[in-house]
Design a protein around this ligand. Structure first.
Ligand code: CP
Ligand code: NVA
Length: 311
C-alpha cells in the first residue's frame, strides 16, 4: 500500500484499509525492534522538523527517537524561536521549511494552523495534537489494543470523562475504521466534535463499528474490554478548570469503576495524567493499567507513520 507523500492531519483522510495497514505496520516495527533491529534505515539523509506551540513529553521524544531509528534526523523548533512569533505567516513558514526538511510534525493550539501548514507545505505534515484531534495518539492506542487483545473488530472501548476531548475525537475516527465499539460516558454538556462524529458514523456503516453515549460511567464500563480516560482540563483550557472539575468529578476512573468493568478490562490513558482527578493512583499503577506500553507504542507507531508517509 503506497502512502508516500500523504499528510496526516486527520484520520478522516484515511480509509479503513489504510488505517489498519498503519496500525499493523506499527506492530511490525515493534516486533523488529525487539528482534534486534534497533535501526531500520529506510529514511537515510531525511530530516523531520517538529514545530511545537505547546509542551510535550511523549510526542516530541517519540518522534525524535523514531526518526533516528529510521536513519533520519530531527529538528525541534519551538514556536517562539521561529519568525512565526514575529508574525511570519504559517504559509511562508511551511514553504520555507519544505525546502530544507522532508516532513513536518506540528503541535498547535488551534487546529486550523496544522491545516494551513499542510496546505502550503510540499512535504508531508503530521498533526502532533491540536485542540481538535490527536491522530497519532489514536493510531498508537489502536496498536496497543491489538497487541493486548489480539483483535480490534468487536472490541468494546469505554471512554469515561471529557466527551469533548481531542484524543477522544481521534479515537472515535480511528475506531470507526477498525470496527471498534466506543461507548462515551460524559456529561451531556461535553460531546465530541460533530464533523468528526458524522464522518465516523458514516464509515461505521461499512465496518460494523458503533458509537454510543451515556451519562452513566457504570453503564459504559460494563462488559468493556478497554476503559480509557484523559485529563479533565486539556492544554489551553485552564480557565475552564473549576467547571470541569464540577462536571467531571462523578466520572473519575477508580478501583470501584474498574471492578464493574471486570478483571479482563485494560486501563488506558494517553498521558500526561492528573493523578487523583480523572484517575486514581490505584488504577494507574494497578494490574489492569497498560499505560506505559501505550506510551512506548507511540514510538513504534510513529516509526510506521514516518516510514510510510515520508518520501
Ligand atoms: N500523549 C501525548 O501526546 O503526550 P505529550 O503531551 O507528552 O506529547
Ligand atoms: N487532551 C490532552 C491530551 C494531551 C496529550 C490535552 O490536549 O492537553
Amino acid at each position: 500500500m503506497r502512502l508516500k507523500g500523504r499528510d496526516l492531519v486527520e484520520l478522516t483522510d484515511y480509509t479503513p484499509e489504510e488505517t489498519r495497514f498503519i496500525v499493523e505496520t506499527g506492530l511490525e516495527m515493534k516486533r523488529r525492534f525487539y528482534a534486534g533491529e534497533r535501526v531500520i534505515p529506510v529514511l537515510p539523509g531525511r530530516t523531520i522538523a517538529l514545530i511545537f506551540e505547546k509542551p510535550s513529553t511523549r510526542t516530541r521524544v517519540s518522534f525524535e527517537v523514531a526518526a533516528r531509528q529510521l536513519g533520519a534526523g530531527s529538528l525541534y523548533l519551538g514556536w517562539n524561536d521561529l519568525q512565526l512569533a514575529r508574525g511570519e505567516t504559517l504559509g511562508d513558514t511551511a514553504r520555507t521549511l519544505s525546502r530544507y526538511v522532508d516532513g513536518i510534525v506540528a503541535r498547535v493550539k488551534e487546529h486550523w494552523k496544522v491545516v494551513e501548514l499542510a496546505n502550503y507545505s510540499s512535504v508531508p505534515v503530521i498533526n502532533g495534537l491540536s485542540d481538535l484531534s490527536h491522530p497519532v495518539q489514536a493510531l498508537g492506542d489502536m496498536m496497543t489494543i491489538l497487541e493486548k487483545k489480539g483483535r480490534l473488530s468487536g472490541i468494546r472501548l469505554a471512554f469515561v470523562g471529557d466527551g469533548s476531548d481531542n484524543v477522544l475525537n481521534s479515537l472515535i475516527v480511528a475506531a470507526s475504521r477498525l470496527g471498534v465499539h466506543i461507548v462515551v460516558a460524559s456529561p451531556r454538556e461535553l460531546r465530541p466534535n460533530g464533523e468528526l462524529l458524522k464522518n465516523a458514523l458514516e464509515v461505521s456503516k461499512e465496518t460494523g463499528a458503533t458509537i454510543e453515549f451515556t451519562e452513566d460511567p457504570r453503564e459504559a464500563v460494563k462488559g468493556a474490554d478497554v476503559v480509557y480516560t484523559d485529563v479533565w482540563v486539556s492544554m489551553g483550557q485552564e480557565a475552564l478548570r473549576e467547571e470541569r472539575v464540577r462536571l467531571l468529578t462523578p466520572y473519575q476512573v477508580n478501583s470501584k469503576l474498574m471492578s464493574i468493568a471486570g478483571s479482563k478490562a485494560i486501563f488506558m490513558h494517553c498521558l500526561p495524567a492528573k493523578r487523583g482527578e480523572e484517575v486514581t493512583d490505584e488504577v494507574m499503577d494497578g494490574p489492569q493499567s497498560v499505560v506505559w506500553d501505550q506510551a512506548e507504542n507511540r514510538l513504534h507507531i510513529q516509526k510506521a507513520v514516518l516510514a510510510l508517509l515520508i518520501p
